[in-house]
Design a protein around this ligand. Structure first.
Ligand SMILES: *Cc1c(COP(=O)(O)O)cnc(C)c1O
Length: 458
């Protein structure tokens, strides 16, 4: 008999989670103004709000926590992290920050100005926020295949070179500080970018003399997809692929809460000494001295160890297989999900799931509320609420995809949890015809409204 696949780890510590009653959940979500961010975590059974900072650390990472060096300047833990980043990613210069958006804030303070345009593949919401906050524009050049959840394409995160070149042709070079490749493409569904596409973007950018920056929150998951889907690289190790990817970028921002396998942290990796000096000033102002940047020594040490573990094939295989296990269960039940499956999450297509709820009534958010009521499972809307209003017209921006994201925390839940999630969603799917209206906004903030929005039933 062929032996089945099994996770390459065992569990050393457990945390109790509690089941709750449906009648309580109906009340709690109403009290939370139908905003899943406003629910207390003890009212959630399985929490798929995000894979950001919610994973489990290893015994070796906890050992680093005990021996971290808390010196203000020149900490040993800083050096360990800086050297690890250089060894794995090839960056000569390094600045720690307290999370990914802080890295964006520091770096963009040095390079983005009013009137600029920043082309890329579906900028992450905080990235877009930091660009628009500086009165610049983020231009999405993702390939069209990404916007149809039924199209099979191995690298739906790719940049469309024609769209990118159009941006270069219709804007002056002085207004394009960099092209940003987000790996994996979170907003388009955790979809990977191929090495070929990275190289092609790099060549095009060279032709127009525009630097390439990476947003690398899930670079290791991206490398796994390159190894398993891009023929040329199937015999490369994950670390060899990572090295190769990073040859094509000038500077990168990292949210360590993802592929850093830690609960908080971020950094900037740079190849230019000049940009490092400029960014250092902003790092000191916003984050802290350049050898800690808002992180404790112990957290930097745990991150260095986490980066080593995240770039191991066996870890990545268990991670991505678990996400695919949930995706396949849902497909079996007929639930419309984005294919191929992303690296960190399964994205449920709300337009296809709830055809009776119009996008203007926030159908993905409506689905998220229904799933919470059904099983105490918390997902997150990646749709119209997240897309926010156009900064000029103040009209709702309706994205092509209206998705409910089920993000899977790393090394945290078991396959039984995946079965439970799939069954909860199936029950909602079975009564989808009865769900005929959605939600409306009672209050929203002027930027990044999805975190604090207050909704009521339509
Ligand atoms: C999470 C994330 C960020 C922001 O990082 P934080 O650590 O949450 O501030 C930026 N880009 C991408 C692609 C992300 O997934």
């Amino acid at each position: 008999m062929k032996l089945p696949y099994a996770e390459p780890f065992k569990i050393k510590m457990v945390e109790t989670i509690k089941r709750t009653l449906k009648e309580d959940r109906i009340k709690w979500i109403k009290d939370a103004q139908y905003n899943l961010f406003k629910l207390d975590s003890d009212k959630v059974f399985i929490d798929l709000l995000t894979d950001s900072g919610t994973g489990a650390m290893s015994d070796k990472q906890w050992a680093e926590v005990m021996t971290g060096d808390e010196s203000y300047a020149g900490s040993r833990s800083f050096t360990y992290l800086k050297d690890t980043v250089k060894e794995l990613l090839g960056f000569e210069y390094f600045l720690p920050t307290h999370q990914g958006r802080a890295a964006e804030n520091v770096l963009f303070s040095a390079v983005v100005k009013e009137g600029d345009v920043v082309p890329g593949n579906s900028h992450f919401d905080t990235t877009k926020g930091h660009i628009e906050f500086r009165k610049a524009k983020a231009i999405d050049c993702t390939i069209d295949e990404a916007f149809d959840t039924t199209v099979q394409h191995p690298f739906k995160g790719n940049v469309d070179l024609v769209k990118l070149e159009n941006v270069f042709k219709s804007n002056s070079k002085v207004n394009i500080p960099f092209t940003l490749i987000t790996i994996t493409n979170n907003t388009a569904g955790g979809q990977p970018v191929s090495l070929k596409n990275i190289k092609d973007v790099s060549n095009l950018c060279k032709k127009y003399d525009i630097p390439v920056f990476f947003d690398i929150a899930r670079f290791a998951e991206n490398a796994y997809f390159i190894k398993t889907r891009e023929e040329e690289y199937k015999d490369f190790s994950i670390r060899e692929i990572v090295k190769e990817m990073f040859l094509y970028c000038e500077t990168a921002t990292m949210s360590s809460k993802k592929d850093g396998l830690v609960n908080i942290g971020g950094f900037i990796g740079l190849k230019s000494e000049d940009l490092f000096r400029k960014a250092s000033t902003f790092n000191i102002m916003f984050e802290g001295f350049i050898t800690y940047g808002g992180m404790s020594g112990r957290d930097m040490a745990a991150l260095a160890q986490g980066l080593q573990e995240a770039t191991e094939f066996e870890y990545l295989k268990s991670r991505i297989s678990q996400v695919a296990y949930l995706g396949n269960k849902l497909l079996e039940y007929g639930v419309p999900v984005q294919e191929p499956f992303g690296g960190h999450a399964i994205f449920v297509d709300a337009k296809r799931f709830l055809p009776n709820v119009p996008q203007s009534e926030y159908s993905a958010q409506t689905l998220g509320v229904e799933l919470y009521i059904e099983g105490g499972v918390r997902g997150v809307e990646i749709g119209t609420l997240l897309a926010d209003r156009d900064p000029e017209t103040r009209e709702n921006r309706y994205p092509n995809l209206e998705l409910l994201r089920l993000a899977i925390p790393r090394r945290t839940y078991t396959q039984n949890h995946m079965d439970y999630i799939a069954a909860s969603l199936k029950n909602v799917y079975d009564r989808r015809e009865e769900i005929t209206s959605g939600l409306e906004i009672e209050w929203e903030s002027p930027i990044m409204r999805h975190f604090t929005v207050e909704l009521k039933k339509k």
